[in-house]
Design a protein around this ligand. Sequence first.
Ligand SMILES: [Zn+2]
Length: 307
Amino acid sequence: MYTLCLDIGGTKIAAGLADAAGALVYSAVRPTPTDGVAEGVWDAVAAAIADARRVADAPVGAVGVASAGPVDLRRGTVSPINITCWQRFPLRDRVAALIPGAPVRLGGDGLCMALGEHFRGAGRGARFMLGMVVSTGVGGGLVLDGMPYAGRTGNAGHVGHVVVEQDGRPCACGGHGCVETVASGPSMVRWARAHGWSAPPGAGARGLAAAAVAGDPVAQQAFRRGTTALAAMIASVAAVCDLDLVVVGGGVARSGPLLFDPLRAALADYAGLEFLAGLRVVPAELGGEAGLVGAARLVALASPWTP
Ligand SMILES: [Zn+2]
């Protein structure tokens, strides 16, 4: 018996099969259709499910679904900011209709990433952990006292929208000054360009990281600014949740010491409380598979908050 797991985001739809121990025995990724048609995105999800089921020589016992948020676990719907054609899309019921008899558990993608890293990645053994992703946005999820913490509607852990600049830029969420407006890849690139970073059109966060490593002062300043904002957010969340570990993944996190060295230095500056002295910040280990592993783990835990 396998657990079918899905991880649905604005750029990629991943599907996998996890065995009884929670290890992925199959995974495949396809692009998320971007033509703005809700049923087109659903068709891609259904095709990913069909491919996965063709691989399995055993029946699917349950389904775990990680989705870009916001999600609504009470209704089983999702309204991802980066899949705008899905407004309160009834994802849980649609998946359930495809696989009759298998329970379907839904979670936010940040929560599933955190849970996946906690179960089989860099978060193993942590009790109070924030898992976060820094890429085109800043997302995250919480594992508290060893269990996923989804909150009232399933959206706890939206750490990208912790405010770090009171008079900051407008954010996609409708607020302003969120850490995502400073520290996401595109935000750092935008700031660097506005301050004189000359790079070919289309150069993104990877190009900015390369420029910073090569000694470009504006690129370095952009990273410093982003990492300082991340540190302020992490210190705040750690103080609220009494964390022992933060696991950081995503494209920007793959820039390694360029991100982690200044991040740890700034965190030492912000996290002054004695109970935060042992707080560790480490790179994620599972890469793009964390969401799938976490979605399968969600099924295994069958937490009381999943209807
Ligand atoms: Zn925001």
